[in-house]
Structure formats: structure tokens, C-alpha cells
Design a protein around this ligand. Structure first.
Ligand SMILES: *[C@@H]1O[C@H](CO)[C@@H](O)[C@H](O)[C@H]1NC(C)=O
Length: 200
């Protein structure tokens, strides 16, 4: 494996693990409605270059005691993120599935002096849905699903804190680009020409 393939394979494993854990932990209504939307959207599962199997299943985790393979587990859907110290002003997102999902894998005070937390004051970076008036405090191993068509964002985060997580999104703009690429049979040059023409 090349260094690139090894890195891709790590990311694939992390996102496949995220997807399988999210689907198993979230309410069945959330998981089932997203799986239905994925099937309807016709987007392939996440895969890596050079993985010619076309099977879209299985992943391997490189653990300290050696590799652990889940050969029959489902791979993640087509869009996933690994983020660090994500924060965002209030916005809405257009998805082709009813929910987006995420997993806070780490929330840790790295530098208490810099962070200046007194009493039960929050270190920030918490998820907010302003339509529901709900705040979900950022904490390690929190999983959540949300309806991003409603206004949402995060609170400001203090310095000296590290937050990491994974997210599975179903962005309409990505599906649109994929559909367009399929329509022109992956001819990227034609796609760019078409986009330039549309802009004119
Ligand atoms: C992923 O989805 C969440 C919820 O819609 C959104 O806040 C976040 O910005 C999305 N991330 C990306 C990179 O699209």
C-alpha cells in the first residue's frame, strides 16, 4: 500500500466505524429514515481509490495489538468528516436525508490556564438549535442527530480546549454535483465547460 492508500484506508475505517456506531446508537426512526434516503439517492458508499472490489463493505482498524477487520460491516455513506475544534455561526443546511449525525470523540481541556474555566462555566463549542432553543453540551462520546434545515450553530469556544469528532452529512450540493458528473459520464472537462457556460 502507498502512504496515500494507508491514510485513506485509516479514514475509511474511522468513518465506517462512526457510521455503524451512529446507526446502532441513534433512535431507529433516525437511522431507518436516513438509510432509506441513502438508498433513494443512488450515491455509492464511501470507498477509496484502488479498492476495486465495488463491494462497499468491510474495514480494518489498526489497533495496538494488530489489525482488527470487520469484513462484512457496512462502509460509511458517501460524505463524512473528521473535524477538530469545529465551530460555526448560525446557519441552515439543505440535505437529501432528514437528519445529519455526529459523534464527539474527544473533548479535553488541554491548557486550564488558557481556558480559564471557573465554576460550572462551559468551555464552549456546544451545539445550538435556535429553533428548538436547545443546547447540546460538547462532551466526549456524545452522539447526536439533528435536522439541519432548522437554524443551528455552535457557541464560541474557549482557547486551550481540544474538541474532535466525526460527522455524517447528506449535503444536497454534493449529490447535485455527483448527479451532474454521472449525467456527463464523469467527463470533468465537459462539466467545467458547462458550468462556465451557465455562469455567462
Ligand atoms: C455537517 O452537518 C452539520 C449539520 O447540518 C453542519 O452544521 C456542518 O456544517 C456540516 N459540515 C459540513 C462540512 O458540511
Amino acid at each position: 500500500m502507498t502512504a496515500r492508500q494507508e491514510k485513506d484506508s485509516c479514514a475509511l475505517g474511522i468513518l465506517a466505524l462512526s457510521w455503524n456506531l451512529l446507526v446502532a446508537s441513534l433512535p431507529a426512526e433516525v437511522s431507518a429514515s436516513c438509510i432509506k434516503a441513502i438508498d433513494g439517492a443512488g450515491l455509492p458508499s464511501m470507498t477509496i481509490k484502488g479498492d476495486g472490489s465495488g463491494e462497499y463493505s468491510g474495514y480494518t482498524l489498526d489497533l495496538p495489538n494488530g489489525p482488527l477487520c470487520f469484513s462484512t460491516a457496512k462502509q460509511a455513506p458517501s460524505e463524512g468528516y473528521m473535524s477538530q475544534n469545529y465551530k460555526s455561526p448560525i446557519h441552515t443546511d439543505q440535505l437529501y436525508a432528514p437528519y445529519a449525525m455526529n459523534w464527539v470523540t474527544l473533548h479535553s481541556i488541554m491548557d486550564p490556564d488558557q481556558c480559564q474555566l471557573h465554576g460550572d462555566c462551559s468551555s464552549g463549542g456546544n451545539y445550538v438549535d435556535v429553533s428548538l432553543r436547545v443546547v447540546v453540551k460538547c462532551a466526549t462520546d456524545t452522539v447526536m442527530s439533528m435536522q439541519p434545515k432548522f437554524k443551528h450553530g455552535t457557541t464560541l469556544a474557549r482557547e486551550g480546549v481540544c474538541r474532535q469528532g466525526t460527522a455524517i452529512n447528506f449535503s444536497r450540493h454534493i449529490k447535485k454535483a455527483f448527479d451532474k458528473a454521472i449525467a456527463i459520464e464523469g467527463d470533468v472537462k465537459a462539466m467545467v465547460t458547462q458550468l462556465v457556460e451557465e455562469k455567462k
